[in-house]
Design a protein. Structure first.
Length: 385
Protein backbone atom coordinates (compact mmCIF):
# COMPACT_ATOMS: atom_id res chain seq x y z
CA UNK A 1 0.00 0.00 0.00
CA UNK A 2 1.27 3.43 -0.90
CA UNK A 3 1.47 5.82 2.02
CA UNK A 4 0.06 9.31 1.50
CA UNK A 5 2.44 12.23 1.81
CA UNK A 6 -0.31 14.66 2.87
CA UNK A 7 -0.95 13.61 6.45
CA UNK A 8 -1.78 16.53 8.66
CA UNK A 9 -0.67 16.79 12.26
CA UNK A 10 -4.31 16.71 13.29
CA UNK A 11 -4.83 13.43 11.44
CA UNK A 12 -1.77 11.88 13.07
CA UNK A 13 -3.11 12.80 16.50
CA UNK A 14 -6.42 11.15 15.75
CA UNK A 15 -4.80 8.01 14.32
CA UNK A 16 -2.91 7.57 17.55
CA UNK A 17 -6.16 7.34 19.48
CA UNK A 18 -7.85 4.59 17.45
CA UNK A 19 -6.75 1.44 19.22
CA UNK A 20 -9.11 0.99 22.22
CA UNK A 21 -11.60 -1.68 21.14
CA UNK A 22 -15.27 -2.33 21.57
CA UNK A 23 -15.49 -3.48 25.21
CA UNK A 24 -15.65 -0.44 27.45
CA UNK A 25 -14.93 1.94 24.56
CA UNK A 26 -15.78 5.58 24.58
CA UNK A 27 -18.98 6.65 22.84
CA UNK A 28 -18.83 8.04 19.32
CA UNK A 29 -19.81 11.53 20.39
CA UNK A 30 -16.61 12.01 22.39
CA UNK A 31 -12.92 12.33 21.56
CA UNK A 32 -10.11 10.77 23.57
CA UNK A 33 -7.55 13.22 24.93
CA UNK A 34 -4.94 11.12 26.69
CA UNK A 35 -6.32 10.12 30.11
CA UNK A 36 -8.65 13.11 30.25
CA UNK A 37 -12.40 12.85 30.36
CA UNK A 38 -14.23 12.73 27.00
CA UNK A 39 -14.94 16.08 25.46
CA UNK A 40 -17.92 17.22 23.43
CA UNK A 41 -18.29 16.60 19.70
CA UNK A 42 -16.54 18.93 17.28
CA UNK A 43 -19.15 19.50 14.58
CA UNK A 44 -22.90 19.87 14.61
CA UNK A 45 -23.76 18.15 11.32
CA UNK A 46 -23.60 14.39 11.54
CA UNK A 47 -22.18 12.44 8.64
CA UNK A 48 -24.49 9.49 9.41
CA UNK A 49 -26.81 8.83 6.49
CA UNK A 50 -28.24 5.57 7.80
CA UNK A 51 -27.43 3.20 10.65
CA UNK A 52 -29.26 -0.04 11.33
CA UNK A 53 -28.76 -3.37 13.03
CA UNK A 54 -29.98 -6.64 11.50
CA UNK A 55 -30.53 -9.99 13.20
CA UNK A 56 -29.06 -13.27 12.02
CA UNK A 57 -32.01 -13.81 9.66
CA UNK A 58 -31.51 -10.52 7.85
CA UNK A 59 -34.36 -8.58 9.44
CA UNK A 60 -33.81 -5.02 10.59
CA UNK A 61 -34.24 -4.58 14.30
CA UNK A 62 -34.17 -0.77 14.39
CA UNK A 63 -32.76 2.42 12.89
CA UNK A 64 -30.42 4.71 14.83
CA UNK A 65 -29.21 8.26 14.54
CA UNK A 66 -26.27 7.95 16.96
CA UNK A 67 -23.33 5.61 16.66
CA UNK A 68 -23.40 4.84 20.38
CA UNK A 69 -26.96 3.49 20.08
CA UNK A 70 -25.96 1.42 17.06
CA UNK A 71 -22.98 -0.11 18.91
CA UNK A 72 -25.15 -0.88 21.92
CA UNK A 73 -27.83 -2.56 19.79
CA UNK A 74 -25.22 -4.63 17.94
CA UNK A 75 -23.76 -5.94 21.20
CA UNK A 76 -27.22 -7.01 22.32
CA UNK A 77 -28.03 -8.81 19.05
CA UNK A 78 -26.26 -12.20 18.94
CA UNK A 79 -25.29 -13.08 15.39
CA UNK A 80 -26.43 -9.65 14.24
CA UNK A 81 -24.84 -7.20 11.84
CA UNK A 82 -24.58 -3.41 11.81
CA UNK A 83 -24.71 -1.46 8.56
CA UNK A 84 -23.63 2.14 8.97
CA UNK A 85 -23.61 4.63 6.10
CA UNK A 86 -21.57 7.84 6.30
CA UNK A 87 -21.07 10.74 3.91
CA UNK A 88 -17.81 12.71 4.01
CA UNK A 89 -17.15 12.10 7.73
CA UNK A 90 -14.36 13.84 9.60
CA UNK A 91 -11.65 12.05 11.55
CA UNK A 92 -13.57 12.29 14.85
CA UNK A 93 -16.58 10.37 13.55
CA UNK A 94 -14.37 7.73 11.99
CA UNK A 95 -12.32 7.56 15.18
CA UNK A 96 -15.40 6.35 17.06
CA UNK A 97 -15.96 3.61 14.46
CA UNK A 98 -12.28 2.72 14.49
CA UNK A 99 -12.29 2.23 18.26
CA UNK A 100 -15.46 0.16 18.19
CA UNK A 101 -14.61 -2.06 15.20
CA UNK A 102 -10.79 -1.98 15.48
CA UNK A 103 -10.32 -0.40 12.05
CA UNK A 104 -6.74 -0.02 10.91
CA UNK A 105 -5.42 3.57 11.13
CA UNK A 106 -4.13 3.53 7.54
CA UNK A 107 -7.54 2.51 6.21
CA UNK A 108 -9.19 5.20 8.33
CA UNK A 109 -6.77 7.78 6.96
CA UNK A 110 -7.58 6.74 3.39
CA UNK A 111 -11.31 6.99 4.10
CA UNK A 112 -10.91 10.50 5.52
CA UNK A 113 -8.75 11.92 2.76
CA UNK A 114 -10.36 10.05 -0.17
CA UNK A 115 -8.82 10.35 -3.67
CA UNK A 116 -7.77 6.69 -3.57
CA UNK A 117 -7.58 4.29 -6.47
CA UNK A 118 -10.01 1.33 -6.46
CA UNK A 119 -8.42 -1.39 -4.34
CA UNK A 120 -9.00 -4.05 -1.72
CA UNK A 121 -6.90 -4.56 1.39
CA UNK A 122 -7.28 -6.88 4.36
CA UNK A 123 -6.41 -5.84 7.90
CA UNK A 124 -6.95 -8.86 10.12
CA UNK A 125 -10.65 -9.76 9.96
CA UNK A 126 -11.58 -6.52 8.22
CA UNK A 127 -11.69 -5.81 4.51
CA UNK A 128 -11.17 -2.29 3.25
CA UNK A 129 -12.49 -1.76 -0.27
CA UNK A 130 -12.30 1.40 -2.36
CA UNK A 131 -14.75 1.63 -5.25
CA UNK A 132 -15.35 4.29 -7.90
CA UNK A 133 -18.95 4.78 -8.98
CA UNK A 134 -19.96 6.58 -12.16
CA UNK A 135 -23.11 8.01 -13.65
CA UNK A 136 -23.87 9.65 -16.98
CA UNK A 137 -25.32 13.17 -16.88
CA UNK A 138 -27.57 13.57 -19.91
CA UNK A 139 -28.01 17.32 -19.46
CA UNK A 140 -24.31 18.09 -19.98
CA UNK A 141 -23.27 14.83 -21.69
CA UNK A 142 -20.56 14.17 -19.11
CA UNK A 143 -19.61 11.36 -16.73
CA UNK A 144 -19.60 12.10 -13.01
CA UNK A 145 -17.39 9.95 -10.76
CA UNK A 146 -17.79 9.33 -7.03
CA UNK A 147 -15.67 7.49 -4.50
CA UNK A 148 -17.00 4.93 -2.03
CA UNK A 149 -15.04 3.29 0.79
CA UNK A 150 -16.38 0.12 2.41
CA UNK A 151 -15.21 -1.49 5.66
CA UNK A 152 -16.40 -5.10 5.95
CA UNK A 153 -15.93 -6.96 9.23
CA UNK A 154 -17.35 -10.11 10.84
CA UNK A 155 -20.44 -8.29 12.08
CA UNK A 156 -20.46 -4.89 10.47
CA UNK A 157 -20.38 -2.92 7.22
CA UNK A 158 -19.38 0.74 7.14
CA UNK A 159 -19.78 2.70 3.91
CA UNK A 160 -18.10 6.08 3.50
CA UNK A 161 -19.33 8.10 0.54
CA UNK A 162 -17.44 10.89 -1.18
CA UNK A 163 -19.99 11.75 -3.84
CA UNK A 164 -23.61 11.29 -4.79
CA UNK A 165 -23.44 7.80 -6.24
CA UNK A 166 -24.12 4.93 -6.00
CA UNK A 167 -27.67 4.97 -4.66
CA UNK A 168 -26.98 3.13 -1.40
CA UNK A 169 -30.52 3.59 -0.02
CA UNK A 170 -31.75 1.64 -3.05
CA UNK A 171 -29.19 -1.09 -2.34
CA UNK A 172 -30.31 -1.25 1.29
CA UNK A 173 -33.98 -1.42 0.28
CA UNK A 174 -33.25 -4.18 -2.21
CA UNK A 175 -31.41 -6.28 0.35
CA UNK A 176 -34.03 -5.69 3.04
CA UNK A 177 -36.65 -7.01 0.61
CA UNK A 178 -34.64 -10.26 0.50
CA UNK A 179 -33.80 -11.04 4.14
CA UNK A 180 -32.36 -14.42 3.18
CA UNK A 181 -29.66 -12.63 1.20
CA UNK A 182 -29.03 -10.05 3.91
CA UNK A 183 -28.85 -12.87 6.43
CA UNK A 184 -25.73 -14.16 4.70
CA UNK A 185 -23.77 -11.45 6.44
CA UNK A 186 -21.56 -8.49 5.57
CA UNK A 187 -20.22 -10.14 2.40
CA UNK A 188 -23.72 -9.98 0.90
CA UNK A 189 -23.80 -6.22 1.48
CA UNK A 190 -20.40 -5.76 -0.18
CA UNK A 191 -21.38 -7.79 -3.21
CA UNK A 192 -24.72 -5.97 -3.51
CA UNK A 193 -22.92 -2.62 -3.46
CA UNK A 194 -20.47 -3.79 -6.11
CA UNK A 195 -23.35 -5.12 -8.21
CA UNK A 196 -25.09 -1.74 -8.03
CA UNK A 197 -21.93 0.09 -9.05
CA UNK A 198 -21.38 -2.23 -12.02
CA UNK A 199 -25.06 -1.93 -13.02
CA UNK A 200 -24.69 1.86 -12.93
CA UNK A 201 -21.83 1.52 -15.40
CA UNK A 202 -24.30 0.38 -18.10
CA UNK A 203 -25.89 3.84 -18.66
CA UNK A 204 -22.39 5.31 -18.75
CA UNK A 205 -21.41 2.87 -21.47
CA UNK A 206 -24.56 3.72 -23.44
CA UNK A 207 -23.96 7.46 -23.02
CA UNK A 208 -20.35 7.26 -24.12
CA UNK A 209 -21.32 5.09 -27.08
CA UNK A 210 -23.89 7.69 -28.15
CA UNK A 211 -21.36 10.51 -27.75
CA UNK A 212 -18.82 8.66 -29.89
CA UNK A 213 -21.44 8.17 -32.63
CA UNK A 214 -22.18 11.89 -32.51
CA UNK A 215 -18.50 12.75 -32.76
CA UNK A 216 -18.07 10.53 -35.80
CA UNK A 217 -20.77 12.55 -37.57
CA UNK A 218 -19.24 15.85 -36.45
CA UNK A 219 -15.80 14.85 -37.72
CA UNK A 220 -17.03 14.33 -41.27
CA UNK A 221 -19.28 17.39 -41.15
CA UNK A 222 -16.27 19.65 -40.58
CA UNK A 223 -17.30 20.95 -37.12
CA UNK A 224 -14.52 23.23 -35.91
CA UNK A 225 -15.05 22.32 -32.22
CA UNK A 226 -14.91 18.55 -32.65
CA UNK A 227 -11.21 18.28 -31.71
CA UNK A 228 -11.89 19.68 -28.24
CA UNK A 229 -14.86 17.32 -27.80
CA UNK A 230 -12.73 14.34 -28.80
CA UNK A 231 -10.12 15.32 -26.20
CA UNK A 232 -12.72 15.78 -23.45
CA UNK A 233 -14.41 12.48 -24.27
CA UNK A 234 -11.04 10.70 -24.33
CA UNK A 235 -10.35 11.99 -20.81
CA UNK A 236 -13.73 10.69 -19.62
CA UNK A 237 -13.06 7.27 -21.12
CA UNK A 238 -9.62 7.15 -19.47
CA UNK A 239 -11.13 8.09 -16.09
CA UNK A 240 -13.81 5.45 -16.60
CA UNK A 241 -11.15 2.88 -17.37
CA UNK A 242 -9.31 3.83 -14.17
CA UNK A 243 -12.48 3.00 -12.27
CA UNK A 244 -13.25 -0.25 -14.07
CA UNK A 245 -9.88 -1.95 -14.49
CA UNK A 246 -8.84 -1.93 -10.78
CA UNK A 247 -12.31 -3.16 -9.85
CA UNK A 248 -11.59 -6.27 -11.88
CA UNK A 249 -8.58 -6.87 -9.62
CA UNK A 250 -10.85 -6.40 -6.59
CA UNK A 251 -13.22 -9.09 -7.92
CA UNK A 252 -10.30 -11.43 -8.57
CA UNK A 253 -8.96 -10.91 -5.05
CA UNK A 254 -12.38 -11.62 -3.55
CA UNK A 255 -12.73 -14.75 -5.67
CA UNK A 256 -9.30 -16.03 -4.58
CA UNK A 257 -10.10 -15.49 -0.91
CA UNK A 258 -13.64 -16.89 -1.05
CA UNK A 259 -12.77 -20.45 -0.04
CA UNK A 260 -10.08 -19.41 2.43
CA UNK A 261 -12.55 -17.25 4.33
CA UNK A 262 -15.42 -19.72 3.91
CA UNK A 263 -17.67 -17.68 1.66
CA UNK A 264 -20.62 -19.89 0.65
CA UNK A 265 -21.04 -21.08 -2.92
CA UNK A 266 -24.06 -18.90 -3.66
CA UNK A 267 -22.17 -15.75 -2.76
CA UNK A 268 -19.29 -16.91 -4.94
CA UNK A 269 -21.74 -17.32 -7.84
CA UNK A 270 -23.04 -13.82 -7.12
CA UNK A 271 -19.51 -12.47 -7.28
CA UNK A 272 -18.83 -14.26 -10.57
CA UNK A 273 -21.93 -12.63 -12.05
CA UNK A 274 -20.66 -9.21 -11.00
CA UNK A 275 -17.25 -10.03 -12.49
CA UNK A 276 -18.85 -11.12 -15.79
CA UNK A 277 -20.77 -7.87 -16.13
CA UNK A 278 -17.64 -5.94 -15.23
CA UNK A 279 -15.70 -7.74 -17.96
CA UNK A 280 -18.29 -6.63 -20.52
CA UNK A 281 -17.92 -3.05 -19.34
CA UNK A 282 -14.12 -3.26 -19.50
CA UNK A 283 -14.29 -4.59 -23.06
CA UNK A 284 -16.60 -1.73 -24.04
CA UNK A 285 -14.17 0.78 -22.54
CA UNK A 286 -11.29 -0.70 -24.53
CA UNK A 287 -13.43 -0.46 -27.66
CA UNK A 288 -14.17 3.20 -26.89
CA UNK A 289 -10.48 4.01 -26.47
CA UNK A 290 -9.62 2.35 -29.77
CA UNK A 291 -12.51 4.11 -31.52
CA UNK A 292 -11.47 7.50 -30.15
CA UNK A 293 -7.88 6.92 -31.25
CA UNK A 294 -9.13 6.15 -34.75
CA UNK A 295 -11.47 9.15 -34.73
CA UNK A 296 -8.64 11.39 -33.57
CA UNK A 297 -6.42 10.11 -36.40
CA UNK A 298 -9.17 10.58 -38.98
CA UNK A 299 -9.93 14.06 -37.64
CA UNK A 300 -6.26 15.03 -37.84
CA UNK A 301 -6.14 13.73 -41.42
CA UNK A 302 -9.27 15.63 -42.38
CA UNK A 303 -8.01 18.81 -40.73
CA UNK A 304 -4.70 18.50 -42.61
CA UNK A 305 -6.59 17.83 -45.83
CA UNK A 306 -8.79 20.89 -45.34
CA UNK A 307 -5.72 22.99 -44.57
CA UNK A 308 -4.03 21.73 -47.71
CA UNK A 309 -7.12 22.56 -49.75
CA UNK A 310 -7.24 26.03 -48.25
CA UNK A 311 -3.54 26.56 -48.93
CA UNK A 312 -4.02 25.36 -52.51
CA UNK A 313 -6.93 27.73 -52.97
CA UNK A 314 -4.95 30.62 -51.49
CA UNK A 315 -2.02 29.78 -53.75
CA UNK A 316 -4.27 29.74 -56.82
CA UNK A 317 -5.77 33.07 -55.80
CA UNK A 318 -2.31 34.50 -55.24
CA UNK A 319 -1.18 33.31 -58.67
CA UNK A 320 -4.24 34.85 -60.30
CA UNK A 321 -3.62 38.07 -58.44
CA UNK A 322 0.01 38.02 -59.61
CA UNK A 323 -1.10 37.60 -63.23
CA UNK A 324 -3.51 40.49 -62.89
CA UNK A 325 -0.78 42.63 -61.32
CA UNK A 326 1.52 41.82 -64.26
CA UNK A 327 -1.14 42.92 -66.77
CA UNK A 328 -1.88 46.09 -64.87
CA UNK A 329 1.83 46.87 -64.57
CA UNK A 330 2.37 46.24 -68.30
CA UNK A 331 -0.45 48.53 -69.39
CA UNK A 332 0.72 51.15 -66.92
CA UNK A 333 4.21 51.03 -68.47
CA UNK A 334 2.76 51.22 -71.99
CA UNK A 335 0.65 54.23 -71.08
CA UNK A 336 3.56 55.82 -69.24
CA UNK A 337 5.74 56.06 -72.42
CA UNK A 338 3.39 58.38 -74.42
CA UNK A 339 2.78 60.37 -71.27
CA UNK A 340 6.52 60.87 -70.85
CA UNK A 341 6.98 62.06 -74.44
CA UNK A 342 3.94 64.30 -74.23
CA UNK A 343 5.19 65.77 -70.95
CA UNK A 344 8.60 66.59 -72.42
CA UNK A 345 7.18 68.40 -75.45
CA UNK A 346 4.53 70.04 -73.32
CA UNK A 347 6.99 72.10 -71.34
CA UNK A 348 6.59 74.98 -73.85
CA UNK A 349 10.10 76.42 -73.73
CA UNK A 350 10.88 78.88 -76.52
CA UNK A 351 14.17 77.19 -77.36
CA UNK A 352 13.48 73.44 -77.89
CA UNK A 353 14.59 71.19 -80.75
CA UNK A 354 11.87 70.39 -83.25
CA UNK A 355 9.52 72.83 -81.51
CA UNK A 356 9.03 75.02 -84.60
CA UNK A 357 9.65 72.36 -87.26
CA UNK A 358 6.87 71.06 -89.47
CA UNK A 359 7.62 67.40 -88.72
CA UNK A 360 7.93 67.81 -84.91
CA UNK A 361 4.32 66.86 -84.11
CA UNK A 362 4.19 63.73 -86.32
CA UNK A 363 7.58 62.67 -85.02
CA UNK A 364 6.30 62.89 -81.40
CA UNK A 365 3.25 60.79 -82.28
CA UNK A 366 5.36 58.20 -84.05
CA UNK A 367 7.74 58.07 -81.10
CA UNK A 368 4.85 57.51 -78.67
CA UNK A 369 3.41 54.75 -80.83
CA UNK A 370 6.78 53.06 -81.36
CA UNK A 371 7.63 52.98 -77.66
CA UNK A 372 4.15 51.67 -76.75
CA UNK A 373 4.24 48.93 -79.41
CA UNK A 374 7.77 47.97 -78.37
CA UNK A 375 6.81 47.66 -74.71
CA UNK A 376 3.73 45.65 -75.64
CA UNK A 377 5.87 43.26 -77.67
CA UNK A 378 8.33 42.83 -74.78
CA UNK A 379 5.53 42.13 -72.28
CA UNK A 380 3.91 39.60 -74.60
CA UNK A 381 7.27 37.90 -75.02
CA UNK A 382 7.63 37.76 -71.19
CA UNK A 383 4.03 36.41 -71.01
CA UNK A 384 2.90 39.26 -68.86
CA UNK A 385 0.03 40.02 -71.21
Amino acid sequence: MAFSSHRSARTRQMLGALRPRRPGGVGPDAVLAGDQAPVTPLRARSAIIAAAVYDDEGHRTANYTRLADTFRALRSTPGGMAWIGLERPDEHELAALAREFDLHPLAVEDAIQAHQRPKIERYGDTLFVVLHAARYLDSVEEVEFSELHVFVGPDFVVTVRHGSSPDLPAVRARLESSPQMLGRGPEAVLYAIMDRIVDDYAPVVSGLDFDIDQIEGEVFSGDAHVSRRIYELSREVVDFQRAVRPLQNVCQSLAKGAEKYRVDSEMQAYLRDVADHLTEVAESVETFRAALRDILTVNATLVAQRQNEEMTHLTEVSIKQGEEVKKISGWAAILFAPTLVGAIYGMNFDVMPELHTAWGYPMALVLMLAVSVGLYGVFRWKKWM
